[in-house]
Design a protein around this ligand. Sequence first.
Ligand code: ZN
Length: 148
Amino acid sequence: MSQHGTDPILQVGYLRSCMDRRFVEATRHTFEEVTRLSGDRYYHEAFAGGALNPTPVPPPNPNPDGANYVYNNSEIPLEVMGWQAHLNHCGGLPGVPDAEIRRRFQALADSGTLQKQYPRVRHVFLLASEDSNHEPQVEIIEPRDAKE
Ligand SMILES: [Zn+2]
């Protein structure tokens, strides 16, 4: 099915997560629940460290940042962006303890950095972790607007 021509314009999303395979499926599931987008309705970019990795592929990098690409492409009806990080050891954040990852991720949500960089869309912050049975779980992190 094409999204061009007479087909209705479908809103789409963008998700950036860590590439850690323990959490990809659960993260996608939660993102789909929260946004009501099906799995073929959003772009997914996965890098070590996820949303807490500020320069996933340092320059020189011939490929555009995926978030910038989808946000700035007028043919992509972007409505929501998801940002994920996870606890329980992240290869993109070596040696960073869970409490510090949680603090950094909450600070990222609270700072409004991504909301200001991509102001036209809704933002969802997802923090993945293992439960006591080592099953993946995903928590929605709400930004706290302490500074305004
Ligand atoms: Zn990771």
